[in-house]
Write a protein that binds this ligand. Structure first.
Ligand code: AMP
Length: 440
């Protein structure tokens, strides 16, 4: 099967050829004819499957040529990197048409972006927040939107974009709108959104839900504390040949920064860090350099790395276990792509052990534990870190069982329940002799 088997016009086919695409990927084979036939789509697919072209090509085919000033296609995606990536793909395919597209994301001023589109636009790719900001300022007329895509719906919800999405759905025409929703995972909340958003959708599933890519070798190390995690990371990264293109994931911006600083100082200067606080140019440049193979190690948080198409990563190292099990699947999806064998290495402490259990349930397989290498120093756990871990464990147990009071409350509970020493027992009580006897 080739792209010319789809009912796409010459302009698109030329652009596809120029992009070097010869054979449609499985998701493209399934989605393109369905979208061209006017169906709503719910797609379960990760980045790397070719899903962008799967929705962009039929959208370009249907929107066809520039018309008026108001947008007719809207694509929502969670992060600016993904928005930019999608719009680049849209631009690439619309090169032989007069279609106008724009990428809207936080960073540049609302006014600059607003003015750029008021001259006339056909396709808008945007983060929900920025789209809403620009709409609110009166730069967008949404009444002509006839095709709408939500990409990485699970992540948009995890990032708290639901209120903006709701507002956007209220201001786009409900009738005759064709919709597509893509998500790497399909938890109940995404299904609920799909129910609201889609009309009799056709379901396309590319990889079974939340199944880790078979080309990824997964493993984990039990590591008691942050300092030991750092030691183990430094130890692993010494092997420059094996660890030639590595993504290190951290839970927070602070941890990502600390890891970065340590690596630069002690391990290798061939490293960059990206997270939401980094300015946009720094993030884009770091991504480009890493993609081009100019940087060996990229330290990142989940949000910054979401949906970014980076292939041929040799190892994904989870410095922290992600709180959302789905994030684990996303993270390790960066490696083992396109038939390349990759490794996913996870460090976990006692507080993170339950998170591993949830992940294993989700991916329906066990992640083998490797012995902590003897030559790597094990550091003692500082008191504060110990307390934090216990607190995290408690919080998790409490979430699972609201009755659970937790180790931090046990003392209090005990004191509270202690019977008053002088309480008199009705009926005169027992004699001392009897009491002793009973105790035996
Ligand atoms: P996506 O899942 O849309 O992020 O796409 C992943 C990567 O595959 C991107 O770099 C695309 O340019 C590339 N790609 C998508 N479809 C095809 C195709 N049919 N042939 C070759 N490369 C493709």
């Amino acid at each position: 099967m080739t792209f010319s088997d789809f009912k796409l016009n010459k302009q698109l086919l030329n652009a596809i050829e120029e992009a070097g695409y010869t054979t449609p990927t499985p998701i493209q084979k399934k989605a393109i004819p369905l979208v061209l036939a006017g169906h709503d789509i719910i797609g379960i697919a990760q980045t790397g499957t070719g899903k962008t072209a799967a929705f962009a090509l039929p959208m370009l085919m249907k929107i066809k040529y520039a018309q008026g000033t108001q947008p007719r296609g809207l694509i929502l995606a969670p992060t600016r990197e993904l928005v930019m990536q999608i719009q680049e793909e849209v631009k690439k395919f619309s090169i032989y048409t007069d279609l106008r597209s724009v990428a809207l994301y936080g960073g540049p001023s609302v006014r600059t972006q607003g003015e750029a589109i008021s001259a006339g636009i056909d396709i808008v790719v945007a983060t929900p927040q920025r789209f809403w900001d620009i709409y609110k300022q009166g730069y967008i007329d949404s009444r002509k939107i006839q095709m709408m895509v939500m990409d990485e719906a699970d992540r948009m919800m995890d990032m708290g974009f639901m209120p903006q999405i709701r507002r956007i759905l209220e201001i786009v025409p409900a009738k005759k709108r064709q919709n597509m929703l893509f998500s790497a995972t399909m938890p109940a909340k995404v299904l609920a959104l799909a129910d609201e958003f889609l009309k009799f959708p056709e379901r396309i599933e590319i990889s079974p839900q939340a199944t880790a890519a078979t080309t990824v070798k997964q493993m984990r190390y039990a590591v008691p504390n942050i300092k030991s995690k750092i030691n183990l990371l430094a130890y692993l990264l010494q092997d420059k040949e094996k660890f030639s293109r590595v993504m290190v994931f951290a839970k927070t911006k602070t941890t990502a920064n600390n890891i970065y600083k340590f690596l630069v100082r002690k391990v290798d200067t061939d490293v960059r860090v990206i997270h939401a606080n980094k300015d946009q140019n720094a993030r884009i440049n770091a991504m480009k350099d890493f993609k081009a193979g100019n940087i060996r190690i990229l330290v990142t948080t989940d949000i910054a790395a979401r949906g970014i198409d980076i292939s041929m990563v040799t190892q994904v190292i989870n410095f922290d276990v992600p709180h959302q099990s789905e994030d684990y699947v996303h993270r390790i999806g960066r490696t083992g792509r396109a038939e390349q064998l990759g490794e996913a290495i996870t460090f976990f402490n006692i507080a993170e052990d339950p998170l591993i259990k949830s992940i294993e349930q989700l991916i329906r397989e066990e992640i083998p534990v490797l012995p902590y290498p003897e030559e790597v120093p094990l550091e003692p756990t500082p008191f504060v870190e110990q307390q934090e871990m216990l607190r995290a464990l408690d919080m998790r147990k409490q979430r699972e069982d609201p009755e659970y009071k937790g180790a931090f409350h046990e003392k209090k509970k005990y004191v509270h329940k202690r019977p008053k020493p002088k309480a008199k027992i009705k009926g005169g009580g027992q004699s001392n002799k009897n009491r002793k006897h009973n105790r035996k």
